[in-house]
Write a new protein. Structure first.
Length: 118
């Protein structure tokens, strides 16, 4: 997902996603399996730091617990998944396929107050 408030982060995650997909194709005839974990925002000390510094204040209800992300990752590995979307990441993926511009516009609105008040 593109986050206008964090263009470098957005570019890096897009690059990692492309790299993971390309690597999966290159290694398909080997014993190496490439699994991509597309984790949503999580309730960690890093997000606490952002909230404390008022850089970005996500609604805590929108964050997924680290344990749920780990559980989904393990479940994905056990079920031979190529891509694992824990928590709300699956919904974000679905919305990005159905209405790609919608998520970008929503993310822009959410970050606008922070971006324009600096």
């Amino acid at each position: 997902m593109i986050l206008p408030i964090a263009p470098v982060y957005s570019a890096i995650t897009a690059g990692l996603r492309a790299y993971t997909r390309a690597l999966r194709v290159q290694l398909k005839n080997t014993n190496v399996k490439v699994v991509e974990l597309i984790a949503p925002g999580s309730g960690t000390p890093l997000n606490d730091k952002f909230r404390k510094e008022a850089v970005f204040d996500p609604d805590p209800r929108m964050l997924t617990s680290p344990q749920k992300i780990v559980d989904a990752a393990i479940n994905g590995l056990l079920n031979n998944k190529n891509e694992v979307y824990p928590g709300k990441a699956g919904l974000v993926y679905l919305l990005s396929r159905i209405a790609p511009g919608f998520l970008l516009n929503q993310a822009a609105k959410m970050g606008a107050s922070v971006m324009y008040n600096y």
